[in-house]
Design a protein around this ligand. Structure first.
Ligand code: SF4
Length: 395
């Protein structure tokens, strides 16, 4: 149950809502070797010949967003797509561009996403020399059958080769894995986690497969060619993930993310605190000056608009303070350790958490789905898998 707006105090004066320099920048590189069957990201295969033109456009967009002045940030995340699909020379140009426009403050985190089969020693060296200090590798599975259903463009051995290249030059790196692939068993998933842990990552992201509407995999399910795994199996896979990784020293710090202490992804923590961030490139989302924007996902339109001196921004949304507070609560709840810190929530939104949500909090405390130590409210372990049912009451 949510409180009616008539019972909600107005936010504090705008000056009390945390402001200050934007701390994070996201840069999107859309090129991929092949379009995976479950993929709903702004990515495309067969367009590598446009990569140099894309980098030209990207720099023009950054210059436009920053109004010609570099913006130091604490975290940069270059995602995709597959950034490492670019050639070594293009990656060199990209890292030079990013570090000149978004220079990292001392001790900052710069992550680049990579996919198995797209890395070699030259590219790894370019990334290291360019200032990148964290890699996120899209392993997804070590099972040939699951990789085939997901239509991934690599085999398990390429994940291992990719990790060897990365681990020789980076202390901080992560693997992405997907559970709940059609036809997979709990033993398959246990084998995936064991194979991942054997490689020694300091961070793992483990997401349940989502059948995004319109994707080839979603169409296959509609035609009855594949099916979702049963709910109980998905739950067992989730529980096994949390327990196994906890035992291995990679505790969950977000519902789907696990890390050794100090190896949490700082960039994503900025998203989950609902802080503003820059976002540039095809389909990139940004959150600045209280406004959320999303760039066009059409590569030709993106290039044409920027080359004509126009903005690539498509949809825009400016949330009212009360709606933004609800969004902030929902995002902070994803942080299973930090939860919603009352002081941080007040600083970030201008609202008192209990004024907005005392009924919601009481309801879920009683159910055993939230816990409250006076300083912060967070999900109980029992509710992690069902977190949507709690979050929905906050928005
Ligand atoms: S590699 Fe990633 S971004 Fe590229 S098509 Fe596959 S899932 Fe999508």
């Amino acid at each position: 149950m949510t409180l009616s707006s008539s019972r909600v105090s107005p936010p504090l004066a705008a000056g009390n809502v945390a402001a200050g320099p934007i701390r994070a920048a996201y840069v999107h590189i859309p090129f991929c070797a092949h379009k995976c069957g479950y993929c709903d990201f702004a990515s495309l295969a067969g367009a590598d010949h446009l990569a140099d033109r894309y980098l030209d456009a990207l720099e023009r967009e950054i210059e436009r967003v920053l109004e010609g002045r570099p913006a130091p940030v604490e975290t940069v995340f270059v995602g995709g797509g597959t950034p490492t699909r670019l050639t070594a020379a293009q990656l060199e140009r990209l890292t030079a561009m990013v570090s000149s426009w978004f220079p990292l403050v001392s001790g900052g985190e710069w992550t680049v996403e990579a996919n198995p089969g797209t890395l070699d020693r030259d590219k790894v060296e370019v990334l290291v020399q360019g200032g990148v200090n964290r890699i996120s590798l899209g392993a997804q599975s070590f099972q040939r059958r699951s990789l085939a259903i997901l239509e991934r463009a690599h085999d398990p051995a390429e994940v291992v080769r990719g990790v060897e290249l990365i681990a020789s030059r980076f202390d901080r790196w992560s693997l992405d894995l997907i559970f709940g692939v059609p036809g997979s068993t709990l033993n398959d998933w246990k084998a995936d986690l064991s194979a991942a842990l054997a490689l020694g990552p300091s961070h793992l992201s483990c997401y349940g497969l989502i059948f995004e509407k319109g994707t080839p995999l979603w169409k296959r399910r509609r035609r009855g060619e594949v099916s979702s795994v049963p709910d109980e199996l998905e739950r067992a896979m989730f529980d096994h993930t949390v327990e196994t990784l906890e035992t291995a020293g990679l505790s969950a710090y977000e519902i789907s993310n696990h890390a050794r202490p100090g190896h949490e992804c700082r960039h994503n923590l900025i998203y989950w605190a609902n802080e503003p961030f820059y976002g540039v490139g095809l389909g990139a989302a940004a959150y600045r000056n209280g406004e959320r924007t999303v760039n066009t996902r059409d590569l030709n339109a993106y290039l044409a608009r920027i080359e004509a001196g126009r903005s690539p921004i498509g949809p825009r949304e400016r949330l009212e303070p009360r709606a933004r507070a609800g969004e902030t609560a929902m995002l902070m709840l994803r942080r299973v350790v930090l939860g919603i810190d009352r002081a941080e929530f007040r600083l970030r939104t201008g609202y008192d958490l209990d004024t907005l949500y005392s009924d919601v909090i009481a309801k879920h405390l009683q159910r055993g789905w939230l816990e409250d130590d006076g300083r912060r409210v967070r999900l109980t372990r029992a509710s992690w898998f069902l977190s949507d049912a709690v979050m929905v009451d906050f928005v």
